[in-house]
Design a protein around this ligand. Structure first.
Ligand code: PLP
Length: 365
């Protein structure tokens, strides 16, 4: 094949004729802003990914976190415990409520919050714990739920990377007071931009719906000070089509990961916790020495893209700049490398990735 050495991107959104037709259909109605298409997307999202409950569509995953926290009553004077090893939106959303994000270390195997590290930073100001299901692997919700119950804390889930992930058969986004999903183009499914809040709590759902729409349920009868964080019907149309595909794409991601697990040598492949369903938003290996040179060689010598998520822990970023040393977080930031695992990969692509990684690992050893 002529393109057998073509560049393999780290991520690739799949947009087809059905998405284009769905957008066209919305444009033809003239009803562009939040309306019936958004309502359908919400109920279908709940059916496919969170086993029902309330689903509130918003304009981004960050808005989903922010409004979820506000609706759960988080505000000035509160502390919320978050991982530092995540995208900055996690801690940003806490800070935007006026509360203080408190950073805790991760479990080295699964890169998610370590329940013992969380326990060690609980104070009398702690209002809740917000684990991230990083890379599509569920956080240790069994231990975190127990800890939250014992200490009278709320649990919030950053499920931005984990559509359909589960632990012990329970879907992420259903463990805590609320869950937040992102629909950004590189996530496991997209609506262009967008986010979803999932909750079983009627009051959190009601307040989140108010907050996304200027505090109004009834037009011009504003009940509180709110935002315009609505999703449009145009974005919902894209998302509804993607929702019919996401479980198939996840199965393909899992098959791609299984091939990499079975064939990679000389690097640390990502383990899966007992009872966990990993949806492989990222397939993240550890390169113990020389990760950055390894990544450069993957691109320059083998034409394969990859990603480092995340090179700077959040507690080291300028807006937070905390003095604590989070051992496993600092090590992971130096070692992690995410290889392509997306559902568009061909068998030839997978074999090229294996050959390239194994060759580089051997040369470095
Ligand atoms: C993508 C992401 C978000 C934010 O989602 P947006 O839709 O980009 O606002 C939050 N948390 C994590 C862990 C993410 O990966």
């Amino acid at each position: 094949m002529s393109d057998s050495n073509a560049f393999i991107p780290a991520a690739k959104p799949i947009i087809g004729d059905e998405e284009r037709a769905a957008v066209d259909a919305v444009l033809a109605t003239g009803m562009l802003a939040q309306g019936a298409e958004v309502a359908s997307f919400e109920s279908e999202f709940g059916e496919v990914l969170t086993d029902g409950g309330h689903v509130i569509a918003v304009n981004s995953g960050t808005s989903a976190l922010h409004l979820g926290l506000l609706a759960a009553g988080v505000g000035p004077g509160d502390e919320v415990i978050v991982p530092s090893f995540t995208f900055a939106a996690t801690a940003n959303s806490v800070a935007l409520t006026g509360a203080t994000p408190v950073f805790a270390d991760i479990e080295p195997d699964f890169f998610c919050l370590d329940p013992e590290a969380v326990a060690s930073v609980i104070t009398d100001k702690t209002k809740g714990i917000m684990p991230v299901h990083l890379y599509g692997h569920p956080a240790n919700m069994t231990a975190l739920t127990k800890l939250a119950d014992e200490r009278g804390l709320l649990l919030f889930e950053d499920a931005a990377q984990a559509h359909g992930a589960a632990l012990g058969g329970q879907k992420v986004g259903t463990f805590g007071a609320f869950g937040a999903f992102s629909l950004y183009p590189t996530k496991n499914m997209t609506s262009g931009e967008g986010g979803m809040i999932t909750t079983r709590d009627d009051e959190i759902a009601r307040v989140a719906r108010l907050l996304r729409n200027q505090g109004m349920e009834k037009q011009y009868a504003n009940e509180l000070v709110g935002f315009n964080n609505r999703m449009t019907n145009i974005h919902a149309a894209i998302g509804r089509v993607q929702l019919t595909r996401v479980l198939g794409w996840t199965a393909q991601r899992q098959a791609n990961a299984a091939f990499l697990d079975a064939n990679l040598e000389g690097v640390v492949t990502p383990p899966v916790a007992e009872g966990a369903e990993h949806v492989y938003h990222q397939y993240t290996i550890r390169v113990p020495e020389g990760r950055d040179a390894f990544q450069a060689a993957l691109k320059d010598e083998h034409n394969i893209g990859s990603g480092v998520y995340y090179p700077i822990p959040n507690h080291r970023l300028a807006p937070f700049a905390r003095p604590e040393h989070l051992e496993q977080t600092e090590i992971a930031a130096q070692q992690v490398l995410s290889l392509p695992v997306h559902p568009s990969l061909t068998q030839n692509d997978l074999e090229r990735i294996v050959t390239a990684v194994n060759t580089l690992a051997k040369a470095g050893a």
